[in-house]
Design a protein around this ligand. Structure first.
Ligand SMILES: NC(=O)c1ccc[n+]([C@@H]2O[C@H](COP(=O)([O-])OP(=O)(O)OC[C@H]3O[C@@H](n4cnc5c(N)ncnc54)[C@H](O)[C@@H]3O)[C@@H](O)[C@H]2O)c1
Length: 349
């Protein structure tokens, strides 16, 4: 085995790590990919797991599969490390090269080999003590977002009842040059990371005999947001003498975040289910989703934003795609619930 951390044949595993129907981690794709990698493995190779997962996966799950399939030994015959994927879809400023890359090997030699590999691709590589610390770092990043989004979502709900413009409070608080980072309320968290990854940590902590309360509370609060939005829609319609049943409701932005086409775990889906169950006449407009179905039922979409707004009793702005003309939305919405606080005329969350 080479002592220096020069170039190696490298296998990077970056497969989905979803939750099973019962909310526990589904590592079947990781196991299957590790099996394939093990059969391909040759002495001197480097294997890196990039999939987000609970601490211990690289060492306790991937390592034994690789060793069994290849007959080789980690740290002696081949290198094994964890390096979290940190891609932020739609982010124009930070990509693979200029986002620091965390690397944690199963042994120090594994860390060196993985560091040498990523230094060819990324401007900055950060070494963790081991694979476990690197796995934990990724979950910390996602749990941090989940918890802080839940915090502002919970505050937003009671601020509405108190008649406080919470976004204005956030704007003021964010002027503090130290010790504060702004997070903003929204219709619920989506994507395959924030709503899913904290569940991996909860599962691991539960094995110790107690719950990971912050992560579970964040999941409960953020998971409740679509129901809260549905309630606000009903209240707004009611104020104008309209029932939800039969109301023409337009959803603007059904992807899980602005300026991406990813629909995974989008909060628009549970919201649509709730509105349909109350008899709403649903439509959507989203240039990033040419077609959209709710439980196999297609939701109609208008040809243009103006046409979509013209036929709606109420508009719910869920994702503030930059291509939306906010002035047109301001002027042509009969009623507007703005879950992102970007319009002038809409009622904010
Ligand atoms: N995409 C992101 O922006 C992002 C950001 C941070 C972390 N992650 C993490 O990276 C991992 C992958 O996410 P993704 O969004 O790229 O996933 P994805 O759904 O796009 O799938 C990635 C690839 O895995 C392949 N695949 C699926 N099942 C497989 C199997 N059983 N065996 C072999 N290959 C299989 C798919 O064909 C696909 O090419 C997840 O753990 C995710 O949490 C992703």
């Amino acid at each position: 085995m080479e002592q220096d951390a020069g170039p190696h044949e490298v296998i990077v595993i970056c497969v989905p790590t979803p939750l099973s129907a019962d909310g526990t981690p589904d590592l079947s794709a990781v196991r299957s990919a590790a099996g394939t990698a093990g059969r391909l493995l040759r002495p001197g190779n480097l294997v890196v797991l990039e999939s987000t997962t609970y601490p211990g996966t690289t060492d306790e799950i991937v390592r034994p599969i690789l060793e069994k399939e290849s007959g080789l030994t980690t740290g002696i015959d081949f290198y094994l490390a964890f390096s979290p994927e940190r891609i932020d879809p739609g982010n124009q400023a930070f990509g693979l090269r200029n986002t620091p890359k965390i690397v944690g090997g199963v042994t120090p030699q594994c860390t060196s080999a993985a560091t040498a590999f990523y230094e060819m691709i990324c401007d900055q590589v950060v070494s963790a003590k081991s694979a476990r610390e690197a796995e934990m770092a990724k979950l910390l990043e996602n749990i941090y977002r989940h918890v802080n989004i839940a915090l502002v979502n919970e505050i937003a709900m009671f601020c509405h009842e108190f008649g406080i413009d919470f976004r204005d409070s956030i704007r003021c608080a964010a002027t503090k040059p130290f010790g504060f980072q702004p997070f903003y309320p929204g219709p619920g968290v989506g994507g395959h990371c924030i709503p899913v990854d904290p569940g991996y940590m909860s599962y691991k902590v539960r094995a110790l005999g107690y719950p990971f309360r912050f992560a579970e509370l964040a999941a409960e609060i953020n998971g409740r947001m679509p129901r809260y939005v549905a309630g606000r829609v009903a209240a707004l319609l009611n104020e104008h003498g309209k029932p939800v049943k039969g109301a023409r409701v337009l959803l603007l932005g059904v992807t899980y975040k602005a300026d991406v086409s990813d629909l995974r775990e989008t909060p628009a889906l549970p919201l649509a289910r709730l509105l349909l169950a109350r008899g709403a006449n649903l439509a959507y407009f989203d240039p990033y989703a040419p077609s959209w179905t709710v439980d196999s039922t297609p939701v109609p979409s208008a040809a243009s934003l103006s046409e979509a707004l013209a036929t709606a009793d109420i508009v719910i702005l869920l994702q503030a795609h930059t291509c939306y003309d906010l002035e047109v939305i301001n002027q042509r919405s009969a009623l507007l619930l703005d879950t992102r606080g970007v319009t002038r005329s809409g009622e904010s969350l």
